[in-house]
Design a binder for this molecule. Sequence first.
Ligand SMILES: Cc1cc2nc3c(=O)[nH]c(=O)nc-3n(C[C@H](O)[C@H](O)[C@H](O)COP(=O)(O)OP(=O)(O)OC[C@H]3O[C@@H](n4cnc5c(N)ncnc54)[C@H](O)[C@@H]3O)c2cc1C
Length: 346
Amino acid sequence: MSLDVKTHYPLQPHNTFAIECYADTFIEIASPEDLGGVVQRYNGGPFLVLGGGSNLLFDQSQIHTPVLWANLKGIELLETRDNEVIVRAMAGENWHEFVQWCLQRDYGGLENLSLIPGSVGAAPVQNIGAYGVEVKDTLYQVEAFNLSDGTIRHFSAEECQFAYRDSFFKHAGGSQWIIVSVSFRLSRHDHQLKLDYGAIRTTLEAAQIISPTIRDVSEAVVAIRRERLPDPRQTPNAGSFFKNPITDRQAYEQLIRRNPEMPCFELADGQVKIPAGWLIEQCGWKGGQLGNAAVHEQHALVLVNLGGATGDEIMALAGEIQNDVKLRFGVMLELEVNPSSRATPS
Ligand SMILES: Cc1cc2nc3c(=O)[nH]c(=O)nc-3n(C[C@H](O)[C@H](O)[C@H](O)COP(=O)(O)OP(=O)(O)OC[C@H]3O[C@@H](n4cnc5c(N)ncnc54)[C@H](O)[C@@H]3O)c2cc1C
């Protein structure tokens, strides 16, 4: 089967920041055979792998590295055990639709991750997380294709080296892999609900739900997210632009002495997570604007494209925010979003 190669292909519809950008070469990966064709034709890369474009910032107007759109489809039940199932979804499946597929069959574990934009294949790359749950909690295996030599490898959760919004696939050596499918170990009936994060419990109580099911939890999460987060179709954005910084105890003690009102979350390993949104807000950036790029008025962690912003403009705003937070708090904010220039040589 021949490869579907497009040239000077517009990427604006493929990124939730709605940045105008063109790929010199754009290849849709719709079948595993396409991957073999890519290795043969492009001699091992490099490539930029694209899922739903909800965590990428195109900070170049033209991408010279071939862009591979991971659009493999399919979901299947691999195994049924006493109280668990193993389910595999191909990388190009929409994440939220996959979560709904699981909920319809009463498979539990992903309900708190409802409505996160993007694809199944990108979920382990970032170790996506929300409302007290991360993908690593239920991940069974990642099937990935090596774009350098055409081999397939199965990574266990341990081999994925998950951390907060981080995994093996974001580091040197990891970028030569394209994730083909992801398998999850989910509960069948004895579900362990996680209700104590954010407004899940109060939302369920307000709906007078006393014994919630996994579907009730998902619906509560969807309602909270719809109310609180800007919809990229109306306000182009890529969710949290920065990671919440994690400091050791000593650095935290110094910070809290100077800023006694600073919120924080104690982590199990003794470190402390500080909400980046609070730091940004203290620096006066909430609702702030630089050219066509802005900080959302209700969410200081979300940068938005007001219309016609370039990736450079968004990065310039991000740089100003990083400088101000560093000056005032001595904390360097790390990007959660992936700039395309860091993944591809120009
Ligand atoms: C409104 C909004 C809310 C969000 N809320 C959350 C949230 O609550 N929690 C959270 O964790 N994230 C959140 N995000 C971020 C985003 O949804 C996730 O990071 C998501 O997993 C990105 O998926 P994607 O398919 O769009 O990835 P892309 O943006 O296309 O790619 C992201 C990265 O993964 C790589 N990649 C993509 N597919 C593959 C593949 N098949 N193989 C190898 N590498 C691949 C890309 O090269 C890139 O480095 C939010 C984003 C938005 C816009």
